[in-house]
Design a protein around this ligand. Sequence first.
Ligand code: AMP
Ligand code: MG
Length: 347
Amino acid sequence: MNTKVIQIDKERDLDPQLFEAADVIKNGGLVGIPTETVYGLGANALDASASKKIYEAKGRPSDNPLIAHISCMDELPALVSEIPEAGKKLAEKYWPGPLTMVFPKSDVVPYGTTGGLDTVAIRMPSDPIAIRLAGVPVAAPSANTSGRPSPTKAKHVIEDMDGKIEMIIDGGEVGIGLESTIVDVSGEIPMLLRPGAITIEMLRETLGRVEIDPAILGPLSADVKPKAPGMKYRHYAPKAEMTLVEGEMENVVSFINREAKAALEAGKSVGIICTEESRSLYEGGILKVIGSREHEETVAHNLFAVLREFDDRQVDCIFSESFSKDRLGQAIMNRLCKAAGYHIVNV
Ligand code: AMP
Ligand code: MG
């Protein structure tokens, strides 16, 4: 398949090329779409055969459900059998935005989109023009090959999807850089299934009690079934073996310098994920600055691109600094822990 890449100008109100993208979706095809979180791989969420193509293009296990994206509140009632109070409150406060909610599904949503579940995950992204033009809800998981870091630039989507999908909309770099927050509002007590830019602190401010799925905090033991099926798969993984180092900054830096030196002496190539604040303290290896501790949103924004850059450089091992688990830090650490396959060292 020949994948057409179109460049759109976000400053322009309605780029006419978006009609072409909407037609592809309407006709059951796949389009790479920029959103404020990461690039998504979009298809008609109500068409089970279109959803199936998403799983094929990503190499994604078919029990890992997709998120359906809508362009306005009017599209919600048809997709769900109930809108719980918590869902109403969060939609009012955070939609459009980087928040996905899990609702009990209605009959129009095929099991092929929900991975066989009776619930459906729904989000209204902040720039829903392509969805509105398509006139259907758009199933859109991240537009990466399953298991690779999520795409935050069109070139990442091209790397993973060229030849596999009809079209890619190049809208430049995404804003946030981490996937949406997912909260399940289908049960009695809302439950955070995936941390993102809408933080647990923000959810609790709106809803009061919100529980946290244990899968967010650490690796699951084999007998526990995660609420977000995606949680059980190794995710965001760079190709190199990655170690996440926690502790006082001084100890972290000297541990990484020592380990990097030993690896370099053994003939390995070494990547180090550091911050603006620490970059001058490292003595060897390939340094990548992930962002500034003073502005954690820069860390979120660069995280996946840095992992992909280390893939490009074909390093053998990566050492990364770690971050506080408060606010946006919870989402950052969730992704870094997964990228490291939970290989975490405390120093
Ligand atoms: P991605 O689109 O790649 O960010 O992946 C979508 C995420 O949403 C995965 O982690 C899924 O497991 C999760 N998800 C989608 N639908 C549901 C659902 N009905 N219930 C729980 N989690 C869901
Ligand atoms: Mg994904």
